[in-house]
Design a protein around this ligand. Structure first.
Ligand SMILES: [Zn+2]
Length: 104
């Protein structure tokens, strides 16, 4: 696992959550081989997940249907619609999508 900024190998430590790869020169972290993210992106992903989960928890639609709708909105295939792999910008779009769906 390489840091996307420094292109250097990120050493990992074994934690009770799995393998944590971290760059020694910046705050890029990857869990269990998922795409590395900075602190800002990790926070954005948490926010996007929380917003998105509200859709199916509110009973607006099922979880699978919500993912399909999100994939369409993002212009991605369902296979590639994983919030854990989204960039900061993509996470902002997830939040916009959720707002449109819940308020629109
Ligand atoms: Zn780095």
């Amino acid at each position: 696992m390489d840091c996307p900024i420094h292109k250097t190998n990120m050493p990992f430590t074994d934690t009770r959550f799995g393998k944590r790869f971290a760059c020694s020169q910046c705050d890029m972290v990857s869990w269990n081989g998922n795409s590395p993210a900075s602190q800002k992106t990790r926070e954005a992903r948490i926010g996007a997940h929380r917003a998105f989960d509200a859709i199916w928890k509110a009973g607006c639609m099922g979880r699978t249907a919500a993912y399909s709708a999100l994939a369409t909105y993002m212009g991605k295939s369902k296979k590639r619609t994983h919030i854990a792999q989204f960039s900061n910008d993509e996470c902002q779009r997830v939040i916009e999508f959720t707002k449109e769906l819940l308020n629109g």
